[in-house]
Design a protein around this ligand. Sequence first.
Ligand SMILES: [Fe+2]
Ligand SMILES: [Fe+2]
Length: 475
Amino acid sequence: MSAIDYSDKIPNNVNLSEDRTLQRALEHWQPNYLEWWKDMGPEGSHGFDVYLRTAVSVDPQGWAQFGHVKMPDYRWGIFMNPAEKDRKIHFGDHMGENVWQDVPGEHRANLRRIIVTQGDTEPASVEQQRHLGLTAPSQYDLRNLFQINVEEGRHLWAMVYLLHKHFGRDGREEADALLQRNSGSQDNPRILEAFNEETPDWLSFFMFTYFTDRDGKFQLCALAESAFDPLARTTKFMLTEEAHHMFVGESGVGRVINRTCQVMNELKTDDPAKLRAAGVIDLPTIQRYLNFHFSVTIDLFGADQSSNAATFYSTGLKGRYEEGKRQDDHVLKGQTYKILEVQGGQLVEREVPMLNALNEVLRDDYIKDSVGGVERWNKLIEKAGLPHRLSVPHKAFHRNIGSLAGVKVSPEGRVVSEAEWQAKVGEWLPTPEDRAYVASLMGRVVEPGQFANWIAPPVMGINRQPVNFEYVRFN
Ligand SMILES: [Fe+2]
Ligand SMILES: [Fe+2]
């Protein structure tokens, strides 16, 4: 079951050749995908040989094989975790029943919407990152960017397979539309706001892969609980790929911090002007980038109260993070959860039915998880002997969705006036000057083992290769 057939035009472990109609439909979509990759994928990269991992099996041991490949020749395919025998629905109103191998008619519209929304984020991030290769700080980083890009492309394949196989003509139309929307487009943008933002520089990229790919992890974890078994099995395999994306983010920001701290110690200063003159990114700028990416990302979890969230859970479409490890009744009727609201200019907690607050539950789980990496970044600063610390902003800071959208809140969680916000926003979010400064650092470093001045080398290479390995051959 888990062996992947690479002799097929579309590598897969889902016995694609047994369903000729489906196979033909996907083989029809494939050239459109490749066109999209050529137009919207990493700019100027199509002739490069890149040291990439490719899935060869979905077994936990050795699913990946490494070698230099041209990205348009990457074996994008359809991979699912093996089916769990006698798997039962383990939350919501259908608890205890068999999971579904096909889409029940009454859940069709909601499932399609969930799959399309997830699918839309995958090519969107490739589009957001398409210019970054031109300013990579090293070959090592360039390779990591490309690895993430091809895997986001594969995640699109994963969702497109479900649409083609289970949603008939509507599904095929949705699969086409996934290649037609474009990040940041005026006429036909991507579905979610954070996926229409630019990723203009590598500090943004590392913050994005730390914070926003982690949103991906939480969404995929919730879908991995789904009663719709093909969705659960698909997202479980996607999660194994996602781990590397978050590693790139966490270690990338960590290396920026290491380099900054090194120069702070050499120059014995924390003056941003002096550090900028020395060509590194001062910690307050890193904090502002962090504030931006954190706040934009937590909006992705949706409104704090949502009847859709309740429906998705009760009908078994989408569980909670680590649903199986939780000790409650997995039905949640009559239970409550605290959300934040503004009353009389103050943030106050209010108890609401938990089923309606499941977006907030997932957001809070996400916040707990993302704080962990920030603590590890602080350890790096501590190890450098410096007193500065980074922190995640209050969850009401800079929000655009839900009941907190209408209020201005400082990173510490204090409700502020519009005037105070305007006066302080330059201390809290990246300013045009910050962005221009970071952009000015972005040059192209392509010699193996060489790194841009603003970032430290990694401790280790990829797949036990040395740091100065030729990860990308430009030809
Ligand atoms: Fe993804
Ligand atoms: Fe990702």
